[in-house]
Design a protein around this ligand. Structure first.
Ligand code: ZN
Length: 137
């Protein structure tokens, strides 16, 4: 098992209510960016479905300088209908699914700390304070 010290939360930075399936994200990462696979390890679709991304035993591609010791999770959404203003667009089912994945990961990696991507990058991602919201998990 890989040493995982950080669990990093992302948004897809796509419009509120826009349904972007995991296959589309994978296509962007593989065919537009030239990566070997989707950069995230888990993806929460608009309807709350939890999709596996890159295998958790493989290093992801989601947070510069932090990929080696982390797992990356992403939810579909994160910006307003204008396509640029950051917004916490998580639906109740997406929140439930996020919590479910996080609890499972914390059981596997009890010492891992959950962070918002924006703790490590000058970005709005994931458009809410995941570090604060999940600090007691
Ligand atoms: Zn991010």
């Amino acid at each position: 098992m890989r040493l995982v010290k950080e669990i990093i939360i992302h948004c897809s930075a796509t419009r509120e209510g826009q349904d972007i399936p995991v296959e589309t994200i994978r296509d962007w990462h593989v065919n537009s960016r030239g990566w070997s696979d989707i950069g995230y390890h888990f993806y929460i679709e608009l309807d709350g479905t939890i999709k596996k991304g890159r295998d958790i035993d493989r290093i992801g591609a989601h947070c510069k300088s932090h990929n080696r010791g982390s797992i990356g999770l992403c939810y579909c959404g994160g910006v307003e209908a204008d396509g640029k203003t950051p917004k916490d667009t998580r639906t109740d089912v997406q929140k439930e699914s996020l919590l479910h994945v996080l609890k499972t990961l914390k059981a596997m990696y009890p010492d891992a700390i959950i962070y918002s991507h924006n703790e490590f990058a000058n970005k709005a991602c994931p458009s809410f304070d995941a570090t604060e919201e999940y600090k007691d998990l």
